[in-house]
Design a protein around this ligand. Structure first.
Ligand code: SF4
Ligand code: SF4
Length: 112
């Protein structure tokens, strides 16, 4: 479930508001998104993956709130980390490139 929008990191691009499939965010006048309908979050991680500033934290607990602060998440370097894990962002390795599940070559071009 979405838990945190980092006020320190957000660059107010509005992408999370745009990509959320269940319209969880509202955009304020300054452009900063706020979590307006947390109960509608589907824990899909799409917003965290799209956020170019690593400013969002989606907790893996889909059915319960996780009371965490922005400072705590930054201290353990977990905020925005799903984007890094899947390899989105400049200079990162896409997860699909290193995926070794047996069927992956059926859908991706063979590596030379
Ligand atoms: S995790 Fe998915 S449903 Fe939840 S706020 Fe982000 S984009 Fe919306
Ligand atoms: S995608 Fe990230 S940087 Fe852009 S508005 Fe949302 S939280 Fe801020």
């Amino acid at each position: 479930m979405i838990e945190v929008v980092s006020q320190q990191r957000c660059i107010e691009c509005g992408l999370c508001v745009k990509v959320c499939p269940t319209n969880v965010f509202d955009r304020t006048e300054t452009g900063l998104p706020v979590i307006a309908r947390q109960e509608d979050c589907q824990t899909c991680f799409i917003c965290e993956v799209y956020c170019p500033a690593d400013a969002l934290y989606v907790s893996p607990f889909a059915d319960m709130e996780q009371k965490v602060t922005e400072e705590e998440l930054i201290a353990v370097e977990i905020i925005g980390s799903w984007r890094e894990t899947v390899g989105w962002g400049r200079g990162r390795t896409r997860l699909a490139e290193i995926d070794e599940t047996p069927f992956i070559d059926r859908i991706l071009p063979r590596r030379s």
